[in-house]
Design a protein around this ligand. Structure first.
Ligand code: SF4
Length: 275
């Protein structure tokens, strides 16, 4: 449809949404969503202590942020720490019962804000921010819609591949859009990101969205950046289409035993040392 109508993915989704709202309303709503995402990152960076629920998991974002802020030597790999940090911040907020944006779920809420927050903080000029945010979220949203319509975005239905996997795929598409990728490269980025999340089980310890969920968001945020960069090095042609990987994720989820689908009856949830 993008090719037929000579539109980018972001433009196509915008046109589609205009059936419901005016262009200004859509843009305002998207920027409002970003505002909440941004707040969840910033609140997470300021919050120290222990996560509620009984596992006594310490929050990490606050201390890592202090360390990164006070490091003045040049570290070419520091971007990894920053992206990880933003994801940890959002997911610690979620684990504390604070406000986050479901993107596409609460357990996977840190991935999209982490990648976009890094872009906004480090890679764009102030005057370009709104445009970048809109294009990123419209493109990521397009990919999310495909998963929602053709598969599932529920850990209880298809395991964590439907939560963290989908968020990773959405963020990869948004990152690729930011990097001026073609439509085919964006589709490739989203496909790569999901391809390497296939089979991901949901096995939260104690039924709390803490271990492995918080760290898993950081891992997936970096994977999204990597998927976008890999896609940018190709011309968009590739073997497995996004539609195929979405179907594969769904089929894999349906074949997955229930103990790996948000029941906390398998995987890490039963294989940790309880002292
Ligand atoms: S492990 Fe389960 S609860 Fe945790 S983020 Fe993944 S799907 Fe959500």
């Amino acid at each position: 449809m993008c090719k037929k109508n000579k539109l980018t993915i972001a433009q196509l989704i915008l046109e589609n949404e205009k059936v419901y709202k005016t262009e200004n309303e859509i843009k305002e709503n998207i920027l409002e969503i970003w505002q909440v995402m941004n707040e969840s990152v910033n609140n997470g960076l300021k919050s120290d202590g222990i996560l509620p629920g009984g596992l006594n998991v310490p929050k990490r974002a606050f201390k890592i942020h202090q360390k990164l802020k006070n490091t003045h030597t040049i570290d070419p790999l520091a971007f990894v720490d920053w992206i990880n940090l933003y994801a940890l911040a959002v997911n610690e907020e979620n684990a504390s019962g604070k406000r986050v944006v479901t993107a596409p779920t609460n357990g996977a809420a840190g991935i999209i804000p982490a990648v976009l927050h890094y872009i906004i903080n480090f890679l764009v000029k102030k005057e370009d921010k709104d445009k970048v945010i809109l294009n990123f979220l419209l493109t990521a949203g397009a990919v999310g819609l495909l998963y929602q319509r053709n598969a599932s975005i529920s850990g209880a239905d298809v395991g964590c591949q439907g939560e963290v996997g989908v968020a990773c795929s959405m963020a990869a598409a948004g990152m690729a859009e930011f990097l001026d990728a073609s439509i085919d490269q964006i589709e490739n980025a989203a496909e790569i990101a999901m391809e390497h999340n296939l089979g991901l089980t949901c096995d939260p310890i104690g039924g709390l969205v803490q271990i492995p969920c918080i760290e898993r968001n950081a891992m997936a945020a970096m994977k999204a950046v990597n998927a976008a960069r890999m896609a940018l090095n190709e011309d968009g042609k590739h073997y497995v289409s996004l539609d195929s990987v979405i179907k594969t994720m769904y089929d894999t989820g349906k074949d997955m035993q229930n103990k790996y689908k948000e029941t906390s009856k398998g995987g890490l949830a039963v294989n940790y040392i309880d002292c």
